[in-house]
Design a protein around this ligand. Structure first.
Ligand code: BES
Ligand code: MN
Ligand code: ZN
Length: 511
């Protein structure tokens, strides 16, 4: 579904003729629990003759972060409906405060499905913090307002329609920096939506050839170059890992390379973004249990995020050379599947002894990372729904982060800044020792099938495919890539689009 239109306004919010208006509410624990309207809501509070916050309190509002309270305005202001969103303590402009605003705005816009036009009268300061705060509000609004079009054959009730138009109140609507944030938010919003859409698609509708075609279609007209390797090319060029994983499926694997070259930059830094694109992961011969298997339609969330990020990069035009590598395969059990015990020769020549066909992500990624290094990448940022161990260790919202020190810190800081946290994890020597193979260069998992340090085994394995001197980060998004639970903040149900915004921030931070 298309994204809401964005416009900036600097007229009195109380007079905006819209279906609903969003204001912020701070909790004030030190002053007897009284609530304080956030900046931006002054004229609305005045229209209520000092009774706005007491009325909201009567309705149960506490100002807690993310809380949403609706109030009919009964003619006090032009908009018929106020949505007050809790923002916690008073803001300081810091990253955690901005994140409260991003999530709160997301929750408010999500709660406003059915309202065609919505105004946001939220606290945008009149100082150097303004662009960052505005960015958080705009991203929260666009992402919280996302809905997957889906496959329903019956028309859905209008009250479920996502918000169509957003007016955002700022101190000066003609300010160039504010205008630039709107342009950026539209680009970023579209990219995250696309990544979410791909993840949310049914796996029979997005097998590797269709996924590759969809990526090719999405980059048309963006100035990006795209190259698709099919089965024969993968086989003859020695992509043993991608071919092995894909060989159990009737739908052949693909490696899609998307290239962005900055204009007028002599010897730019070279970044590769590599994504796991398993369009469905049954586990293969090492088949998974039935419960929850359907969620493995999200096993291409890494590749979806890379595709989304590349589209945003094409529009944002950073002075960095960025290539995306989307390693696509469907992991199926069949008479032609790869087997536990197989020895596979990977793109960089290393031989891998397969122990568990369900550890397929590292097989396709090893090839893609090696290809990125062969292409001369100086930085490799790889994203994958790689291990259940990540979810056990860090939960559903925090990614696991491994790699070389500088790249890990770059990604950690970028994720922190944009509200997509990733936590650094080690790559211990003993984990590598546990992956020694009797007959090949490395086992694909621990050679005693010991699941201890499960997430780390993935990182240790992938390190084997990173060329010397290349800065690399492995971002395991098994948890944060897909929200199977209820929506919260700007995370809707299903694909989250994590870590598109982290990757954009990291690329921009390299300049
Ligand atoms: N795609 C899964 C990992 C996963 C699990 C992603 C849960 C999202 C949610 C991956 O391919 C997998 O099956 N990993 C195995 C590895 C094991 C066989 C070494 C796992 O985590 O159990
Ligand atoms: Mn698997
Ligand atoms: Zn998988």
């Amino acid at each position: 579904m298309s994204q809401p239109s964005l416009s900036l306004v600097d007229t009195d919010p109380a007079e905006l003729v819209v279906d609903a208006i969003v204001i912020g509410l701070h909790s004030q624990p030190d002053e007897g629990g009284a609530l304080l309207p956030a900046a931006g809501a002054e004229s609305i509070a005045a229209a209520f003759d000092g009774k706005l916050t007491s009325t909201l309190a009567l309705l149960g509002a506490s100002g807690a972060p993310g809380e949403v309270t609706k109030l009919a305005t009964l003619g006090t202001i032009a908009a018929p409906l106020i949505v007050a969103v809790g923002l916690g303590d008073e803001p300081s402009g810091s990253a955690p405060e901005r994140e409260k605003l991003r999530r709160g705005t997301g929750a408010a816009v999500r709660a406003l499905a059915g309202s065609a036009t919505v105004a946001l009268a939220l606290p945008v300061p009149d100082d150097q913090d303004a662009p960052g705060v505005l960015r958080a509000i705009l991203e929260g609004a666009l992402l919280g307002g996302y809905r997957f079009a889906g496959y329903k054959t019956k028309a859905q009730p209008r009250r479920r329609d996502p918000v169509a138009a957003l007016q955002v109140h700022v101190p000066d609507a003609a300010d160039a920096a504010a205008g630039a944030e709107v342009t950026r938010a539209e680009i970023v919003g579209r990219s995250v939506r696309l990544a979410r859409d791909w993840v949310n698609m049914a796996p029979n509708e997005l097998r590797p050839p269709q996924f590759a075609d969809a990526v090719v279609a999405a980059v048309q007209g963006t100035g990006l170059q795209v190259e698709v390797l099919g089965l024969e090319e993968l086989r003859s060029a020695g992509y043993g890992g991608i071919v092995a994983v894909g060989q159990g499926s009737e739908a052949p694997p693909r490696l899609v390379k998307i290239t962005y070259v900055p204009e007028g930059v002599s010897s730019p830094k070279k970044v590769a973004l590599v994504g796991k694109g398993i369009t469905f992961d049954t586990g293969g011969i090492s088949i998974k249990p039935t419960a929850g298997m359907w969620e493995m339609k999200s096993d291409m969330a890494g590749a979806a995020a890379i595709g989304g990020a590349m589209l945003a990069i094409a529009a944002l035009k950073p002075p960095v050379a960025v290539s995306g590598y989307l390693a696509m395969a469907e992991n199926m059990p069949s008479g032609s599947s790869y087997r536990p015990g197989d020895v596979i020769t990977m793109f960089n020549g290393k031989r891998v002894e397969v122990f568990n066909t369900d550890a397929e992500g590292r097989m396709v990624l090893g090839d893609a990372i090696a290809r990125a290094c062969a292409d001369g990448a100086e930085y490799v940022f790889e994203v994958s729904t790689l291990t259940g161990g990540q979810v056990v260790a860090l939960g559903k919202r925090i990614a696991g982060l491994m790699g070389s020190a500088d790249a890990v810190e770059l990604i950690r800081a970028a994720g922190d800044r944009v509200g997509e946290p990733a936590w650094p994890m080690p790559l211990p020597d003993e984990v590598r020792k546990g992956m020694e193979s009797d007959i090949a260069d490395i086992c694909q998992t621990n050679n005693a099938m010991d699941r201890a340090g499960h997430m780390l085994q993935g990182g240790v394995f992938l390190r084997e495919f990173v060329a010397d001197g290349v800065e690399w980060a492995h971002i395991d998004i098994a948890g944060p890539g897909y929200n199977a639970g209820e929506a919260h903040g700007h995370w809707t149900k299903g694909g989250t689009g994590v870590p598109v915004r982290t990757l954009l921030q990291a690329v921009e931070d390299l300049t």
